[in-house]
Ligand binder design. Sequence first.
Ligand code: ADE
Length: 244
Amino acid sequence: MKNSNIWNYAYFCIIMRIDIITVLPELLESPLSHSIVKRARTGSLVQIVIHDLKAYGKGKYRQTDDYAFGGDAGMVMMIEPVYKLLEDLKKERSYDEILYTSPDGEPFSQKEANRLSCLQNIIILCGHYKGIDQRIRDHLITKEISIGDYVLSGGELAAAVITDAVVRLLPGALTDETSALTDSFQDGLLAPPIYTRPADFMGWKVPEILLSGDPVKIRNWQEEKSLDRTERLRPDLIDTDNRD
Ligand code: ADE
């Protein structure tokens, strides 16, 4: 795989661009500046640009939120700053997807990460405050994504989760390219248990079969453990459309 065209191509041009729009850029800098994502960025596999929405805010105080019509509690992200920032981005390139992170979005999955990793340009708009003006969702967003059935203070951590899951799939992002294929969920199952040295720690032993050196037996054992673990911990994954 290392000599394949896609691998060589990655050295010469940016494969993917992710623009993230937020009112709290600091919250995203660190999670996207380490490990695999850092390597993918410095290796030009992905360009991640974090935009501070406040730069497009209204007036002297760079206002990006306002009171909700109808008197509900909580501040609402205004339409104009988001619209103007999106317009500026869209002048530069076309986007395959404009995502909005929200607890009422479609549940994020490995399948969705795989799909997004094949796109060229995506925008992630991080929700904040009580929510965003519905007209942004109706007219500007192409897809809403939730990372789980709980409410975060803002969509930034969700955007970091989505970006990380996508970027590690880009060709060349992982040192051992095949390892993304053996991740949990890639075949719809949880990954099998793994071990490293020492083979015996105070009597806690690594399963003999992993020391046998027989790749077929090891693979069969791993498949069996993978299935056992999934049946025990995530029976919902078996026989669902997560397996494709
Ligand atoms: N914003 C707040 N909670 C969220 C969630 N669970 N997923 C995505 N974005 C969010």
